[in-house]
Design a protein around this ligand. Structure first.
Ligand code: F6R
Length: 608
Protein backbone atom coordinates (compact mmCIF):
# COMPACT_ATOMS: atom_id res chain seq x y z
CA UNK A 1 0.00 0.00 0.00
CA UNK A 2 2.00 2.92 -1.43
CA UNK A 3 5.46 2.23 -2.76
CA UNK A 4 8.65 4.14 -2.02
CA UNK A 5 11.99 4.20 -3.83
CA UNK A 6 15.09 6.21 -2.93
CA UNK A 7 18.53 6.34 -4.53
CA UNK A 8 21.98 7.83 -3.95
CA UNK A 9 24.58 6.99 -6.59
CA UNK A 10 26.01 7.70 -10.02
CA UNK A 11 23.22 6.34 -12.23
CA UNK A 12 20.70 8.57 -13.95
CA UNK A 13 18.40 9.09 -10.97
CA UNK A 14 14.97 9.78 -12.46
CA UNK A 15 14.75 6.84 -14.91
CA UNK A 16 16.02 4.56 -12.14
CA UNK A 17 13.40 5.82 -9.69
CA UNK A 18 10.58 5.59 -12.23
CA UNK A 19 11.60 2.04 -13.16
CA UNK A 20 11.59 1.22 -9.44
CA UNK A 21 8.09 2.68 -9.09
CA UNK A 22 6.89 0.49 -11.95
CA UNK A 23 8.09 -2.51 -9.98
CA UNK A 24 6.08 -1.28 -6.98
CA UNK A 25 3.00 -0.10 -8.85
CA UNK A 26 1.03 -3.07 -7.54
CA UNK A 27 1.18 -1.39 -4.12
CA UNK A 28 -0.99 1.51 -5.28
CA UNK A 29 -1.53 3.55 -8.40
CA UNK A 30 -3.66 6.59 -7.60
CA UNK A 31 -0.79 9.01 -8.27
CA UNK A 32 2.99 9.08 -8.33
CA UNK A 33 5.89 11.49 -8.13
CA UNK A 34 9.66 11.99 -7.95
CA UNK A 35 11.88 14.49 -6.15
CA UNK A 36 15.53 15.01 -7.12
CA UNK A 37 18.17 16.98 -5.24
CA UNK A 38 19.95 18.77 -8.05
CA UNK A 39 21.29 21.98 -6.58
CA UNK A 40 17.74 22.75 -5.44
CA UNK A 41 14.87 20.35 -5.32
CA UNK A 42 13.01 19.35 -8.50
CA UNK A 43 9.65 17.68 -8.02
CA UNK A 44 7.38 16.20 -10.67
CA UNK A 45 4.06 14.58 -9.70
CA UNK A 46 1.03 13.32 -11.51
CA UNK A 47 -2.36 11.86 -10.67
CA UNK A 48 -3.01 8.42 -12.18
CA UNK A 49 -0.73 5.56 -12.99
CA UNK A 50 3.03 5.80 -13.42
CA UNK A 51 2.53 6.08 -17.16
CA UNK A 52 1.11 9.58 -16.62
CA UNK A 53 4.14 10.55 -14.52
CA UNK A 54 6.37 9.33 -17.36
CA UNK A 55 4.38 11.42 -19.84
CA UNK A 56 4.79 14.43 -17.61
CA UNK A 57 8.54 13.86 -17.24
CA UNK A 58 8.69 13.53 -21.03
CA UNK A 59 12.34 12.47 -21.08
CA UNK A 60 13.49 15.53 -19.08
CA UNK A 61 16.92 15.01 -17.52
CA UNK A 62 17.88 15.94 -13.98
CA UNK A 63 21.54 16.34 -13.00
CA UNK A 64 21.32 15.12 -9.36
CA UNK A 65 22.64 11.90 -7.78
CA UNK A 66 20.00 11.72 -5.09
CA UNK A 67 16.25 11.32 -5.27
CA UNK A 68 13.08 9.74 -3.90
CA UNK A 69 9.86 8.58 -5.55
CA UNK A 70 6.43 7.37 -4.50
CA UNK A 71 3.40 5.60 -5.92
CA UNK A 72 0.26 6.27 -3.89
CA UNK A 73 -2.80 4.39 -2.66
CA UNK A 74 -4.92 7.24 -1.32
CA UNK A 75 -6.02 7.28 2.32
CA UNK A 76 -6.31 10.98 3.24
CA UNK A 77 -7.21 13.28 0.37
CA UNK A 78 -8.49 12.31 -3.05
CA UNK A 79 -6.08 11.24 -5.76
CA UNK A 80 -4.91 14.41 -7.53
CA UNK A 81 -1.64 16.16 -8.40
CA UNK A 82 -1.50 18.16 -5.17
CA UNK A 83 -2.06 15.19 -2.88
CA UNK A 84 0.53 13.12 -4.76
CA UNK A 85 3.83 12.51 -2.93
CA UNK A 86 6.58 13.63 -2.41
CA UNK A 87 5.37 16.40 -0.09
CA UNK A 88 7.40 19.40 0.94
CA UNK A 89 7.87 21.87 3.76
CA UNK A 90 7.00 25.61 3.54
CA UNK A 91 10.21 26.51 1.71
CA UNK A 92 10.07 23.60 -0.73
CA UNK A 93 13.47 22.37 0.47
CA UNK A 94 12.51 19.11 2.15
CA UNK A 95 10.80 16.34 0.20
CA UNK A 96 9.19 13.33 1.81
CA UNK A 97 7.52 10.16 0.52
CA UNK A 98 5.36 8.26 3.00
CA UNK A 99 3.60 4.91 3.23
CA UNK A 100 1.22 4.56 6.19
CA UNK A 101 -1.11 6.82 8.16
CA UNK A 102 -0.19 9.63 10.58
CA UNK A 103 -3.05 9.18 13.01
CA UNK A 104 -2.53 12.39 15.00
CA UNK A 105 -2.12 14.51 11.87
CA UNK A 106 -5.09 16.76 12.70
CA UNK A 107 -3.64 17.81 16.07
CA UNK A 108 -0.17 18.24 14.59
CA UNK A 109 -1.51 20.31 11.71
CA UNK A 110 -3.32 22.63 14.13
CA UNK A 111 -0.08 23.15 16.03
CA UNK A 112 1.92 23.75 12.85
CA UNK A 113 -0.67 26.17 11.43
CA UNK A 114 -0.57 28.13 14.69
CA UNK A 115 3.20 28.38 14.26
CA UNK A 116 2.72 29.82 10.76
CA UNK A 117 3.31 26.75 8.54
CA UNK A 118 1.39 26.71 5.27
CA UNK A 119 -0.15 23.53 3.90
CA UNK A 120 -0.94 22.69 0.31
CA UNK A 121 -2.43 19.20 0.35
CA UNK A 122 -5.19 17.38 2.21
CA UNK A 123 -2.85 14.54 3.15
CA UNK A 124 -1.83 13.37 6.59
CA UNK A 125 1.73 13.07 5.25
CA UNK A 126 2.39 16.77 4.77
CA UNK A 127 2.55 17.40 8.53
CA UNK A 128 5.66 15.26 8.65
CA UNK A 129 7.50 17.44 6.10
CA UNK A 130 6.68 20.50 8.23
CA UNK A 131 7.66 18.76 11.45
CA UNK A 132 11.07 17.96 9.95
CA UNK A 133 11.42 21.58 8.79
CA UNK A 134 10.64 22.71 12.31
CA UNK A 135 13.18 20.29 13.81
CA UNK A 136 16.04 21.05 11.41
CA UNK A 137 17.72 24.16 12.81
CA UNK A 138 20.93 23.03 14.53
CA UNK A 139 20.45 19.37 13.57
CA UNK A 140 21.52 17.01 10.79
CA UNK A 141 18.75 15.74 8.50
CA UNK A 142 18.82 12.36 10.27
CA UNK A 143 18.48 14.02 13.68
CA UNK A 144 15.64 16.24 12.48
CA UNK A 145 13.73 13.24 11.08
CA UNK A 146 14.25 11.41 14.34
CA UNK A 147 12.97 14.39 16.37
CA UNK A 148 9.94 14.82 14.10
CA UNK A 149 9.01 11.14 14.23
CA UNK A 150 8.93 11.19 18.00
CA UNK A 151 5.90 13.49 17.77
CA UNK A 152 4.03 11.22 15.43
CA UNK A 153 1.43 8.53 16.18
CA UNK A 154 0.50 6.06 13.48
CA UNK A 155 2.39 4.10 10.88
CA UNK A 156 5.09 5.07 8.45
CA UNK A 157 7.72 3.98 6.02
CA UNK A 158 9.36 7.19 4.81
CA UNK A 159 12.12 8.48 2.57
CA UNK A 160 13.35 12.04 3.07
CA UNK A 161 15.75 14.32 1.18
CA UNK A 162 16.61 17.98 1.57
CA UNK A 163 18.07 20.52 -0.85
CA UNK A 164 20.26 21.79 2.00
CA UNK A 165 21.68 18.27 2.61
CA UNK A 166 22.51 17.21 -0.95
CA UNK A 167 24.35 14.01 0.01
CA UNK A 168 21.87 12.51 2.49
CA UNK A 169 18.88 10.21 2.16
CA UNK A 170 16.99 9.31 5.34
CA UNK A 171 14.53 6.43 5.74
CA UNK A 172 12.51 5.25 8.72
CA UNK A 173 9.98 2.54 9.39
CA UNK A 174 7.19 1.96 11.85
CA UNK A 175 4.41 -0.25 10.54
CA UNK A 176 5.28 0.01 6.83
CA UNK A 177 8.20 -1.93 5.38
CA UNK A 178 11.48 -0.48 4.13
CA UNK A 179 14.49 -2.26 2.67
CA UNK A 180 17.98 -0.88 2.05
CA UNK A 181 19.69 -2.08 -1.15
CA UNK A 182 23.47 -2.16 -0.77
CA UNK A 183 25.31 -1.61 -4.08
CA UNK A 184 28.88 -0.75 -5.08
CA UNK A 185 29.17 2.99 -4.52
CA UNK A 186 25.38 3.33 -4.57
CA UNK A 187 22.62 2.74 -2.05
CA UNK A 188 18.90 2.21 -2.52
CA UNK A 189 15.83 2.38 -0.35
CA UNK A 190 12.53 0.70 -1.25
CA UNK A 191 9.28 -0.64 0.14
CA UNK A 192 10.27 -4.14 -0.94
CA UNK A 193 12.92 -5.96 -2.94
CA UNK A 194 11.27 -5.66 -6.37
CA UNK A 195 12.94 -2.38 -7.46
CA UNK A 196 16.31 -3.48 -6.07
CA UNK A 197 16.71 -6.80 -7.79
CA UNK A 198 18.12 -5.46 -11.05
CA UNK A 199 20.77 -3.46 -9.16
CA UNK A 200 21.86 -5.52 -6.20
CA UNK A 201 21.16 -8.77 -4.36
CA UNK A 202 22.34 -7.42 -1.01
CA UNK A 203 19.62 -6.05 1.23
CA UNK A 204 19.10 -4.93 4.81
CA UNK A 205 15.55 -5.09 6.20
CA UNK A 206 14.77 -2.26 8.59
CA UNK A 207 12.88 -3.46 11.65
CA UNK A 208 10.06 -1.66 13.44
CA UNK A 209 11.20 1.61 14.99
CA UNK A 210 14.44 1.80 13.00
CA UNK A 211 15.83 4.39 10.63
CA UNK A 212 18.69 4.68 8.18
CA UNK A 213 20.93 7.53 7.08
CA UNK A 214 22.41 6.96 3.64
CA UNK A 215 25.31 9.10 2.40
CA UNK A 216 28.57 8.87 0.41
CA UNK A 217 30.09 6.67 3.11
CA UNK A 218 27.30 4.06 2.78
CA UNK A 219 24.53 3.61 5.31
CA UNK A 220 24.12 3.74 9.06
CA UNK A 221 21.16 2.32 10.97
CA UNK A 222 19.65 3.61 14.21
CA UNK A 223 16.59 3.34 16.35
CA UNK A 224 14.19 6.24 15.82
CA UNK A 225 15.52 7.58 19.14
CA UNK A 226 19.01 7.72 17.62
CA UNK A 227 20.78 4.70 19.12
CA UNK A 228 23.06 2.92 16.61
CA UNK A 229 22.00 -0.63 15.58
CA UNK A 230 24.00 -3.23 13.67
CA UNK A 231 22.01 -4.97 10.96
CA UNK A 232 22.75 -8.09 9.04
CA UNK A 233 22.96 -8.02 5.24
CA UNK A 234 20.62 -10.54 3.62
CA UNK A 235 20.48 -11.97 0.10
CA UNK A 236 17.51 -11.16 -2.08
CA UNK A 237 16.52 -14.42 -3.69
CA UNK A 238 14.38 -12.95 -6.45
CA UNK A 239 14.91 -13.98 -10.00
CA UNK A 240 14.47 -11.06 -12.43
CA UNK A 241 12.36 -13.19 -14.74
CA UNK A 242 9.94 -13.84 -11.90
CA UNK A 243 9.07 -10.16 -11.75
CA UNK A 244 8.58 -9.78 -15.53
CA UNK A 245 5.50 -10.87 -17.52
CA UNK A 246 7.36 -13.54 -19.54
CA UNK A 247 5.23 -13.05 -22.66
CA UNK A 248 1.83 -13.09 -20.90
CA UNK A 249 -0.45 -10.06 -21.45
CA UNK A 250 -0.99 -9.70 -17.69
CA UNK A 251 0.80 -10.72 -14.51
CA UNK A 252 -2.40 -12.34 -13.29
CA UNK A 253 -2.55 -14.71 -16.25
CA UNK A 254 1.14 -15.49 -15.89
CA UNK A 255 0.66 -16.22 -12.20
CA UNK A 256 -2.37 -18.45 -12.85
CA UNK A 257 -0.24 -20.41 -15.30
CA UNK A 258 2.65 -20.67 -12.84
CA UNK A 259 0.54 -22.74 -10.44
CA UNK A 260 1.76 -26.19 -11.47
CA UNK A 261 5.26 -24.97 -10.57
CA UNK A 262 4.32 -22.98 -7.49
CA UNK A 263 2.31 -25.85 -5.98
CA UNK A 264 5.30 -28.11 -6.69
CA UNK A 265 7.64 -25.56 -5.06
CA UNK A 266 5.45 -25.37 -1.96
CA UNK A 267 5.96 -29.09 -1.35
CA UNK A 268 9.51 -29.46 -2.67
CA UNK A 269 11.75 -31.13 -0.11
CA UNK A 270 8.89 -31.25 2.40
CA UNK A 271 6.69 -34.14 1.37
CA UNK A 272 7.70 -37.54 2.75
CA UNK A 273 5.55 -39.83 0.60
CA UNK A 274 6.48 -43.17 2.14
CA UNK A 275 5.91 -41.98 5.71
CA UNK A 276 2.75 -40.18 4.60
CA UNK A 277 3.82 -36.95 6.26
CA UNK A 278 5.65 -33.68 5.70
CA UNK A 279 8.79 -32.10 7.11
CA UNK A 280 8.43 -28.40 7.83
CA UNK A 281 11.78 -27.02 8.95
CA UNK A 282 10.62 -23.52 9.89
CA UNK A 283 8.10 -24.70 12.48
CA UNK A 284 10.69 -24.95 15.24
CA UNK A 285 8.34 -26.94 17.45
CA UNK A 286 9.16 -30.40 18.70
CA UNK A 287 6.79 -33.31 18.06
CA UNK A 288 5.79 -33.19 21.73
CA UNK A 289 5.02 -29.49 21.51
CA UNK A 290 2.95 -30.11 18.39
CA UNK A 291 1.05 -32.90 20.14
CA UNK A 292 0.26 -30.46 22.97
CA UNK A 293 -1.64 -28.12 20.66
CA UNK A 294 -5.29 -28.29 21.67
CA UNK A 295 -6.74 -25.75 19.28
CA UNK A 296 -5.76 -23.76 16.22
CA UNK A 297 -6.85 -20.23 15.31
CA UNK A 298 -6.13 -19.14 11.76
CA UNK A 299 -6.17 -15.41 11.12
CA UNK A 300 -5.84 -13.62 7.76
CA UNK A 301 -7.57 -11.26 5.33
CA UNK A 302 -9.15 -11.61 1.89
CA UNK A 303 -7.96 -14.49 -0.24
CA UNK A 304 -5.57 -15.64 2.50
CA UNK A 305 -8.58 -15.89 4.84
CA UNK A 306 -10.34 -18.15 2.34
CA UNK A 307 -7.24 -20.34 2.17
CA UNK A 308 -7.53 -20.48 5.98
CA UNK A 309 -11.13 -21.72 5.72
CA UNK A 310 -9.92 -24.61 3.57
CA UNK A 311 -7.20 -25.20 6.18
CA UNK A 312 -9.93 -25.49 8.83
CA UNK A 313 -11.58 -28.25 6.86
CA UNK A 314 -8.28 -30.08 6.30
CA UNK A 315 -6.98 -29.79 9.87
CA UNK A 316 -10.26 -30.83 11.49
CA UNK A 317 -10.89 -33.70 9.08
CA UNK A 318 -7.40 -35.23 8.93
CA UNK A 319 -5.61 -34.03 12.09
CA UNK A 320 -8.72 -33.86 14.32
CA UNK A 321 -7.72 -30.54 15.88
CA UNK A 322 -10.45 -27.93 16.52
CA UNK A 323 -9.87 -24.92 14.26
CA UNK A 324 -11.38 -21.44 14.12
CA UNK A 325 -10.73 -19.02 11.29
CA UNK A 326 -10.97 -15.32 12.04
CA UNK A 327 -10.73 -12.20 9.92
CA UNK A 328 -7.62 -10.52 11.29
CA UNK A 329 -9.39 -7.16 11.35
CA UNK A 330 -12.01 -8.60 13.74
CA UNK A 331 -9.69 -10.79 15.77
CA UNK A 332 -7.42 -7.91 16.75
CA UNK A 333 -10.28 -5.95 18.32
CA UNK A 334 -12.02 -8.83 20.06
CA UNK A 335 -11.12 -10.27 23.40
CA UNK A 336 -9.99 -13.67 22.11
CA UNK A 337 -9.47 -16.57 24.48
CA UNK A 338 -5.95 -17.83 23.86
CA UNK A 339 -3.36 -19.75 25.81
CA UNK A 340 -0.15 -21.65 25.12
CA UNK A 341 -2.20 -24.65 23.98
CA UNK A 342 -3.57 -22.53 21.10
CA UNK A 343 -1.56 -22.30 17.91
CA UNK A 344 -2.32 -19.08 16.04
CA UNK A 345 -1.45 -19.22 12.34
CA UNK A 346 -1.24 -15.90 10.49
CA UNK A 347 -1.53 -16.37 6.73
CA UNK A 348 -0.34 -13.58 4.46
CA UNK A 349 1.02 -13.47 0.93
CA UNK A 350 2.74 -10.12 1.42
CA UNK A 351 3.58 -10.58 5.07
CA UNK A 352 2.80 -6.87 5.48
CA UNK A 353 -1.00 -6.73 5.89
CA UNK A 354 -1.57 -4.39 8.83
CA UNK A 355 -4.53 -6.27 10.33
CA UNK A 356 -2.84 -9.67 10.08
CA UNK A 357 0.30 -8.32 11.67
CA UNK A 358 -1.69 -6.72 14.50
CA UNK A 359 -3.59 -10.00 15.06
CA UNK A 360 -0.30 -11.89 15.22
CA UNK A 361 1.08 -9.46 17.79
CA UNK A 362 -2.10 -9.65 19.86
CA UNK A 363 -1.96 -13.45 19.83
CA UNK A 364 1.65 -13.44 21.00
CA UNK A 365 0.88 -10.87 23.70
CA UNK A 366 -1.80 -13.23 25.04
CA UNK A 367 0.58 -16.14 25.27
CA UNK A 368 -0.47 -18.19 22.24
CA UNK A 369 2.07 -20.10 20.18
CA UNK A 370 2.27 -18.24 16.86
CA UNK A 371 3.45 -19.09 13.37
CA UNK A 372 3.23 -17.56 9.89
CA UNK A 373 2.40 -18.95 6.46
CA UNK A 374 3.92 -16.28 4.26
CA UNK A 375 5.17 -15.75 0.72
CA UNK A 376 7.48 -12.74 0.90
CA UNK A 377 10.75 -13.79 2.51
CA UNK A 378 11.93 -11.35 5.16
CA UNK A 379 8.51 -9.65 5.41
CA UNK A 380 7.31 -8.39 8.76
CA UNK A 381 4.87 -11.24 9.51
CA UNK A 382 7.56 -13.78 8.64
CA UNK A 383 10.13 -12.15 10.87
CA UNK A 384 7.85 -11.34 13.78
CA UNK A 385 6.21 -14.77 13.82
CA UNK A 386 9.67 -16.23 14.34
CA UNK A 387 8.45 -19.60 13.13
CA UNK A 388 6.46 -20.66 10.13
CA UNK A 389 6.45 -21.96 6.61
CA UNK A 390 7.23 -20.01 3.47
CA UNK A 391 4.99 -20.88 0.55
CA UNK A 392 7.74 -20.19 -2.03
CA UNK A 393 5.33 -18.96 -4.73
CA UNK A 394 7.77 -16.29 -5.96
CA UNK A 395 6.77 -12.62 -6.35
CA UNK A 396 3.03 -12.18 -6.90
CA UNK A 397 2.58 -8.93 -8.81
CA UNK A 398 -1.03 -9.13 -10.06
CA UNK A 399 -3.13 -7.38 -7.44
CA UNK A 400 -5.63 -10.25 -7.41
CA UNK A 401 -4.06 -13.13 -5.56
CA UNK A 402 -4.02 -16.47 -7.43
CA UNK A 403 -0.88 -18.56 -7.11
CA UNK A 404 -0.41 -17.51 -3.47
CA UNK A 405 -3.84 -19.00 -2.66
CA UNK A 406 -3.05 -22.45 -4.07
CA UNK A 407 0.38 -22.42 -2.42
CA UNK A 408 -1.12 -21.43 0.94
CA UNK A 409 -3.59 -24.32 0.69
CA UNK A 410 -0.76 -26.68 -0.27
CA UNK A 411 1.22 -25.65 2.81
CA UNK A 412 -1.88 -26.06 4.99
CA UNK A 413 -2.23 -29.56 3.53
CA UNK A 414 1.40 -30.31 4.46
CA UNK A 415 0.85 -28.97 7.96
CA UNK A 416 -2.29 -31.12 8.24
CA UNK A 417 -0.33 -34.23 7.27
CA UNK A 418 2.43 -33.42 9.73
CA UNK A 419 0.04 -32.78 12.63
CA UNK A 420 -2.27 -35.61 11.56
CA UNK A 421 0.51 -38.20 11.56
CA UNK A 422 1.48 -37.13 15.10
CA UNK A 423 -2.10 -37.83 16.18
CA UNK A 424 -4.70 -39.78 14.30
CA UNK A 425 -3.70 -40.20 10.68
CA UNK A 426 -2.57 -43.68 9.68
CA UNK A 427 0.49 -44.11 7.52
CA UNK A 428 -1.68 -45.50 4.73
CA UNK A 429 -4.06 -42.53 4.86
CA UNK A 430 -1.10 -40.13 4.98
CA UNK A 431 0.49 -41.89 2.03
CA UNK A 432 -2.74 -41.59 0.04
CA UNK A 433 -2.74 -37.83 0.69
CA UNK A 434 0.94 -37.50 -0.23
CA UNK A 435 0.57 -39.47 -3.44
CA UNK A 436 -2.36 -37.37 -4.57
CA UNK A 437 -0.67 -34.12 -3.57
CA UNK A 438 2.25 -35.00 -5.82
CA UNK A 439 -0.14 -35.57 -8.73
CA UNK A 440 -1.80 -32.15 -8.42
CA UNK A 441 0.62 -30.04 -10.53
CA UNK A 442 -0.04 -32.29 -13.55
CA UNK A 443 -3.79 -31.98 -12.98
CA UNK A 444 -3.58 -28.18 -12.75
CA UNK A 445 -1.72 -28.23 -16.08
CA UNK A 446 -4.63 -30.10 -17.59
CA UNK A 447 -7.11 -27.48 -16.37
CA UNK A 448 -4.93 -24.70 -17.76
CA UNK A 449 -4.92 -26.42 -21.15
CA UNK A 450 -8.70 -25.89 -21.15
CA UNK A 451 -8.33 -22.10 -20.84
CA UNK A 452 -9.69 -21.35 -24.38
CA UNK A 453 -13.03 -23.01 -23.50
CA UNK A 454 -13.24 -20.96 -20.29
CA UNK A 455 -12.53 -17.83 -22.29
CA UNK A 456 -15.45 -18.71 -24.58
CA UNK A 457 -17.77 -19.03 -21.56
CA UNK A 458 -16.58 -15.62 -20.33
CA UNK A 459 -17.36 -14.14 -23.74
CA UNK A 460 -20.91 -15.44 -23.45
CA UNK A 461 -21.40 -14.35 -19.84
CA UNK A 462 -19.63 -11.00 -19.99
CA UNK A 463 -22.79 -8.85 -19.87
CA UNK A 464 -24.14 -10.25 -16.63
CA UNK A 465 -23.69 -7.95 -13.65
CA UNK A 466 -24.62 -10.33 -10.81
CA UNK A 467 -23.41 -13.84 -10.07
CA UNK A 468 -23.95 -16.37 -7.30
CA UNK A 469 -21.16 -18.84 -6.49
CA UNK A 470 -22.18 -21.95 -4.57
CA UNK A 471 -20.21 -24.80 -3.06
CA UNK A 472 -20.27 -27.10 -0.06
CA UNK A 473 -17.61 -28.43 2.31
CA UNK A 474 -14.13 -27.27 1.24
CA UNK A 475 -15.65 -25.98 -1.99
CA UNK A 476 -17.57 -23.34 -0.04
CA UNK A 477 -14.41 -21.25 0.50
CA UNK A 478 -13.67 -21.80 -3.19
CA UNK A 479 -17.07 -20.24 -3.97
CA UNK A 480 -16.11 -17.27 -1.81
CA UNK A 481 -12.74 -16.97 -3.55
CA UNK A 482 -14.26 -17.29 -7.05
CA UNK A 483 -16.76 -14.54 -6.24
CA UNK A 484 -14.03 -12.31 -4.80
CA UNK A 485 -11.93 -12.67 -7.95
CA UNK A 486 -14.87 -11.69 -10.17
CA UNK A 487 -15.72 -8.67 -8.00
CA UNK A 488 -12.23 -7.31 -7.73
CA UNK A 489 -11.02 -7.54 -11.31
CA UNK A 490 -14.18 -7.58 -13.46
CA UNK A 491 -16.24 -5.24 -11.20
CA UNK A 492 -19.12 -7.71 -11.34
CA UNK A 493 -21.20 -8.18 -8.23
CA UNK A 494 -20.79 -11.77 -7.05
CA UNK A 495 -21.65 -13.54 -3.83
CA UNK A 496 -20.31 -16.80 -2.51
CA UNK A 497 -22.64 -18.98 -0.41
CA UNK A 498 -22.72 -22.48 1.00
CA UNK A 499 -24.92 -24.15 -1.62
CA UNK A 500 -27.58 -25.26 0.87
CA UNK A 501 -27.89 -21.76 2.35
CA UNK A 502 -29.24 -20.56 -0.98
CA UNK A 503 -32.70 -21.68 0.11
CA UNK A 504 -32.58 -19.32 3.07
CA UNK A 505 -32.63 -16.14 1.03
CA UNK A 506 -30.51 -15.82 -2.12
CA UNK A 507 -32.88 -18.11 -4.04
CA UNK A 508 -35.18 -15.09 -4.30
CA UNK A 509 -32.68 -13.58 -6.74
CA UNK A 510 -32.80 -16.46 -9.17
CA UNK A 511 -34.40 -16.01 -12.56
CA UNK A 512 -33.24 -16.49 -16.14
CA UNK A 513 -30.87 -13.50 -15.80
CA UNK A 514 -28.99 -14.82 -12.79
CA UNK A 515 -25.91 -16.92 -13.52
CA UNK A 516 -25.10 -19.38 -10.74
CA UNK A 517 -21.67 -20.96 -10.59
CA UNK A 518 -21.79 -24.34 -8.88
CA UNK A 519 -18.72 -26.16 -7.70
CA UNK A 520 -20.14 -29.63 -8.18
CA UNK A 521 -17.19 -31.99 -8.15
CA UNK A 522 -17.62 -35.69 -7.37
CA UNK A 523 -16.78 -35.55 -3.68
CA UNK A 524 -18.66 -36.21 -0.45
CA UNK A 525 -21.09 -33.34 -1.09
CA UNK A 526 -21.84 -34.17 -4.73
CA UNK A 527 -25.39 -35.52 -4.38
CA UNK A 528 -26.45 -32.64 -2.16
CA UNK A 529 -25.01 -30.07 -4.55
CA UNK A 530 -26.87 -31.71 -7.43
CA UNK A 531 -30.10 -31.25 -5.48
CA UNK A 532 -29.29 -27.57 -5.02
CA UNK A 533 -28.61 -27.35 -8.73
CA UNK A 534 -32.03 -28.81 -9.47
CA UNK A 535 -33.54 -26.06 -7.33
CA UNK A 536 -31.84 -23.40 -9.45
CA UNK A 537 -32.74 -25.16 -12.68
CA UNK A 538 -36.40 -25.24 -11.64
CA UNK A 539 -36.27 -21.44 -11.41
CA UNK A 540 -34.60 -21.09 -14.81
CA UNK A 541 -31.28 -19.82 -13.42
CA UNK A 542 -28.30 -20.01 -15.78
CA UNK A 543 -25.89 -22.65 -14.45
CA UNK A 544 -22.14 -22.92 -14.88
CA UNK A 545 -20.80 -26.06 -13.18
CA UNK A 546 -17.25 -26.91 -12.25
CA UNK A 547 -17.49 -30.69 -12.46
CA UNK A 548 -15.31 -33.76 -12.32
CA UNK A 549 -14.11 -34.97 -15.72
CA UNK A 550 -16.40 -37.62 -17.18
CA UNK A 551 -19.48 -36.58 -15.19
CA UNK A 552 -22.15 -37.05 -17.85
CA UNK A 553 -25.09 -36.37 -15.50
CA UNK A 554 -24.18 -32.77 -14.94
CA UNK A 555 -24.83 -31.80 -18.55
CA UNK A 556 -28.55 -32.38 -18.05
CA UNK A 557 -28.62 -29.58 -15.48
CA UNK A 558 -25.88 -27.11 -16.37
CA UNK A 559 -25.74 -24.68 -19.29
CA UNK A 560 -21.94 -24.68 -19.19
CA UNK A 561 -19.58 -27.25 -17.70
CA UNK A 562 -15.89 -26.82 -16.94
CA UNK A 563 -14.25 -30.18 -16.20
CA UNK A 564 -11.51 -30.68 -13.61
CA UNK A 565 -9.61 -33.94 -13.04
CA UNK A 566 -10.71 -36.23 -10.21
CA UNK A 567 -8.68 -36.01 -7.01
CA UNK A 568 -8.75 -36.88 -3.30
CA UNK A 569 -11.63 -35.06 -1.56
CA UNK A 570 -9.06 -33.13 0.51
CA UNK A 571 -7.55 -31.46 -2.53
CA UNK A 572 -10.58 -30.65 -4.67
CA UNK A 573 -10.26 -26.90 -3.84
CA UNK A 574 -6.75 -26.83 -5.31
CA UNK A 575 -8.24 -27.80 -8.67
CA UNK A 576 -11.73 -26.27 -8.57
CA UNK A 577 -10.39 -22.78 -7.90
CA UNK A 578 -8.27 -22.65 -11.07
CA UNK A 579 -11.15 -22.40 -13.60
CA UNK A 580 -12.72 -19.69 -11.41
CA UNK A 581 -9.49 -17.67 -11.55
CA UNK A 582 -9.50 -18.01 -15.34
CA UNK A 583 -13.20 -17.15 -15.59
CA UNK A 584 -12.68 -13.93 -13.60
CA UNK A 585 -9.62 -13.10 -15.69
CA UNK A 586 -11.37 -13.52 -19.04
CA UNK A 587 -14.49 -11.71 -17.81
CA UNK A 588 -12.28 -8.77 -16.81
CA UNK A 589 -10.51 -8.77 -20.17
CA UNK A 590 -13.87 -8.88 -22.02
CA UNK A 591 -15.11 -5.97 -19.94
CA UNK A 592 -11.95 -3.96 -20.64
CA UNK A 593 -10.94 -3.82 -16.99
CA UNK A 594 -7.42 -3.23 -15.82
CA UNK A 595 -6.67 -6.79 -14.72
CA UNK A 596 -3.39 -6.28 -12.90
CA UNK A 597 -4.34 -2.99 -11.29
CA UNK A 598 -8.05 -2.99 -10.48
CA UNK A 599 -9.52 0.30 -9.34
CA UNK A 600 -9.30 1.26 -5.67
CA UNK A 601 -7.20 -1.78 -4.72
CA UNK A 602 -3.61 -2.27 -3.67
CA UNK A 603 -1.60 -5.42 -3.30
CA UNK A 604 -0.31 -4.85 0.13
CA UNK A 605 -2.80 -3.39 2.61
CA UNK A 606 -0.51 -1.81 5.17
CA UNK A 607 -3.17 0.44 6.72
CA UNK A 608 -6.11 -0.64 8.90
C1 F6R B 1 -7.55 -10.73 -3.22
C2 F6R B 1 -6.41 -10.23 -2.51
C3 F6R B 1 -6.60 -9.73 -1.13
C4 F6R B 1 -5.49 -10.27 -0.22
C5 F6R B 1 -5.60 -9.65 1.17
C6 F6R B 1 -4.56 -10.23 2.12
O1 F6R B 1 -7.20 -11.16 -4.49
O2 F6R B 1 -5.32 -10.20 -3.02
O3 F6R B 1 -7.86 -10.06 -0.64
O4 F6R B 1 -5.61 -11.66 -0.16
O5 F6R B 1 -5.42 -8.27 1.08
O6 F6R B 1 -3.28 -9.99 1.66
P1 F6R B 1 -2.04 -10.79 2.23
O7 F6R B 1 -2.21 -12.21 1.87
O8 F6R B 1 -0.84 -10.17 1.57
O9 F6R B 1 -2.04 -10.58 3.72
Amino acid sequence: MCGIVGYLGDKDVVPLLVRGLERLEYRGYDSSGVAVVDGGLSIVKSVGKIKSLKDRLDGRRFPGRLGIAHTRWATHGEPNDVNAHPHTDCKGKIALAHNGVIENHAALKKLLLAEGHRFESETDTEVLAHLIERSLPGRTLGEAVSAALQLVEGTYGIAVVSADHPGTLVGARHGSPLVIGVGDGETFLASDGAPLREHTQRVVYLDEGEMVVIDEAGYRTFTIEGEAVDKQVDELNWDLEQIEKAGFPHFMLKEIHEQPDTVRNAMRGRLLREEGTAKLGGLNLSDDELRDIRRIVITACGTSYYAGLIGEYLLEEYARIPVEVEYASEFRYRNPILDEGTLVIAISQSGETADTLAALREARRRGATVMGIVNVVGSTVAREAGRGVYIHAGPEIGVASTKAFTSQVTVLALLTMHLGRLRVLSQAAGRALATELEALPGKIEKILAGAPAIKEIAVQMQHHDNFLYLGRGPNFPVALEGALKLKEIAYVHAEGYPAAEMKHGPIALIDENMPVVFIATRDAAYEKVMTNMQEVRARRGKILAIATEGDADIHALADYVIPVPATHDAFVPLLSVVPLQLLAYYMAVQRNCDVDQPRNLAKSVTVE
